[in-house]
Design a protein around this ligand. Structure first.
Ligand code: THU
Length: 161
């Protein structure tokens, strides 16, 4: 028997003011696009904005539905748009932010399990790591160098032969 450990490093910034200019800009865009979320059921408005390798910027927001499971997260709305608008262009970074009528947006959130799987597929597809910049309207910001770190033991296309 062998014991193995999974660990990863990420950066923690006190606030957006400590970020490099492009990262701060992208996070501001993610905060701003939360206004386009359709979240009448959770009142939790999420914005995700991607900076592509060619300099294009694409945004996504969560889109909920009266039939709750039909709702889709901001990250997967974003990935679908990137894949359609800019096929075969890798994503450099994605900034994710949120706003809520009910809770304070003062800490980072990270993508849900389903979105982690979708992000990993995109990294595999374009053979490029996607940096994640995670922050609320205020407070700490986390930077994670590649989305695959969020999903150890992932199921990927290589399993399918
Ligand atoms: N949501 C996202 O859009 N992204 C996340 O990373 C977490 C959750 C959405 C789904 C739902 O519309 C609302 O936030 C509350 O779960």
């Amino acid at each position: 028997m062998k014991e193995k450990k999974f660990e990863f490093e990420y950066e923690v910034y006190d606030d957006i003011g400590q970020l490099a200019e492009e990262d701060a800009w992208l996070l501001r865009e993610a905060k701003s696009v939360t206004e386009q979320a359709y979240a009448p059921y959770s009142n939790f408005h999420v914005g995700a904005v991607a900076m592509l390798e060619n300099g294009e910027v694409v945004a996504g927001t969560n889109q909920e539905n009266a039939s709750y499971p039909v709702g889709i997260c901001a990250e997967r709305v974003l990935l679908g748009s990137v894949a359609t608008l800019h096929p075969n262009v890798a994503i450099k970074s994605i900034a994710i932010s949120y706003n809520s009528d009910e809770i304070k947006s003062d800490h980072p959130i990270s993508p849900c399990g389903m979105c982690r799987q979708a992000l990993l597929e995109y990294e595999t597809r374009l053979k490029k790591p996607i940096r994640l910049i995670l922050g609320g309207m205020e407070g700490n910001v986390f930077i994670i160098e590649t989305a695959n770190q969020l999903l150890p033991f992932a199921f990927t296309k290589s399993e399918l032969g």
